[in-house]
Design a binder for this molecule. Sequence first.
Ligand code: FES
Ligand code: FES
Length: 162
Amino acid sequence: MTSPEQLIKTISIRVNGTTHDLSVRNSWSLLDIIRDNLGLTGTKKGCDEGVCGACTVIVNGKAIVSCLALGVEVDGEDILTIEGLAKGEKLDPIQQAFIDSDGMQCGFCTSGQIMSAKAFLEKNPHPTDSEVSEALSGNMCRCGCYNKIVEAILVVAKTWSR
Ligand code: FES
Ligand code: FES
C-alpha cells in the first residue's frame, strides 16, 4: 500500500511573478518548496512549527507562516517572498527603512518581519505604534530589535503608497 508520504502531485504556483509547475510530495511544506525546490533561501526556517514567524511569506495578499502550509494547499496561488520585493537595484521602501532604522542585528528574522509588515501596511497604511506591534507579534526577534522594527515600519507608513 502506498503511504500518504509517497504520494506526489503536480502543483502550479506563481512565485514573485513567475509560474512554477512542480512535482511535490503531499507532506512537503511551502517553506521547503520555496527554499529547496526554488532556491529562494531568503525565507528562513526557524522553529518549523508555526511559532517564530521567520518563514513568513505573502499568499494572495495575506501573510502566512510557510512552514505550516503544505505545497498542495497553495496550488494555483500567488506567492510573494522577500526576493520579490526589490525592483532591480531599488529596495522596497520597507527593506530600506529596516536598514535606515537599524531594524536588525543578525538578520535571521528580518525577511519574515518585512513580509508581515508588507501585508499589514497594504491593509492598514497609517497604523499606530501599538497596531504595528500587534500586527508583528507573531514574528520573534531573538536579537531584541523590536523597538527599531516598529520604528522602521512607522517611518515607511509616513510615505506609504501602493
Ligand atoms: S519556521 Fe515557520 S513559524 Fe518558525
Ligand atoms: S535580528 Fe536577529 S533574530 Fe531578529
